[in-house]
Design a protein around this ligand. Structure first.
Ligand SMILES: C[S@@+](CC[C@H](N)C(=O)[O-])C[C@H]1O[C@@H](n2cnc3c(N)ncnc32)[C@H](O)[C@@H]1O
Length: 226
């Protein structure tokens, strides 16, 4: 069965190379190898109704707490599918992947990121939480044929539209029929225009506002084959 069709509208920005394609450097949280010191710290968090100690470090997204937007996604999204393949797109140190894995122990969770330090932390945190159903890897390491019954993401808006759109073009069409993605985006960082972009660009996918809280929109993306 073929998935939704991607309508490519190439703008000068969209022709720029995606950060996920080539080597990246510097000290943004979306860098492959952050320059800042890899000083590990323990953090006590509540995820999936459990109190957990996780490990974080500088050079990854929100190392001192579960991000407010991530919290909105985890609180507002519906119960994840209990089986199948689930994707945390842009996992950071892993709060979304851990929540999915603990809430759906029979499912397999892919946690992908371009930041190697984040991937190392996500693996450590899955191990500490006893979540054996997590694979934390770079995007290109996910087998091409994998399809997902759910994609949950706090996407990296700050990478810029060209990279963000390329990510969504790559992963959203990999939803299974009947599957759904949940994306949390700050209203002030373009949640509504992103919703319009999905509808106009990724033909066959629906994108709706599922919830709004604390200045964030939770968008849901789905497709049902005709
Ligand atoms: C806003 S952070 C969210 C991190 C984590 N999910 C959380 O909620 O704390 C977005 C993440 O996307 C990652 N990222 C950036 N570009 C990416 C890409 N092309 N593919 C996958 N992940 C990417 C960043 O490194 C970052 O960890």
């Amino acid at each position: 069965m073929s998935g939704p069709r991607v309508v490519r509208r190439t703008t000068p920005a969209a022709r720029a190379p995606a950060a996920s394609v080539g080597p990246v450097s510097g000290d943004h949280y979306f860098t492959a190898a952050p320059a800042s010191a890899d000083e590990r710290r323990n953090l006590s968090v509540e995820l999936a109704g459990r109190r957990l100690t996780v490990v974080t470090a500088g050079g990854v997204f929100s190392p001192d707490r579960v991000d407010v937007g991530t919290g909105v996604l985890l609180r507002e999204a519906p119960t994840p599918p209990q089986t199948g393949r689930l994707l945390d797109l842009g996992c950071g140190w892993g709060p979304i992947a851990l929540s999915l894995a603990l809430r759906s122990p029979q499912a397999h969770v892919y946690a992908v990121d371009v930041n190697e330090r984040a991937l190392g932390l996500a693996r450590t945190n899955a191990e500490l939480a006893g979540a054996e159903n997590v694979t934390a890897c770079r995007p290109e390491e996910v087998p091409e044929g994998e399809r997902f019954s759910a994609i949950w993401s706090n996407p990296p808006i700050r990478v810029g539209k060209a990279v963000l759109h390329e990510m969504l073009r790559t992963w959203l069409p990999r939803l299974e029929p009947g599957g759904a993605a949940y994306l949390v985006v700050q209203k002030n960082l373009g949640a509504d225009s992103l919703q319009r972009w999905v509808v106009e660009t990724l033909e066959g996918l629906r994108c709706e506002r599922y919830a709004a809280s604390r200045g964030f929109r939770l968008l849901t993306v789905s497709w049902t084959p005709a």
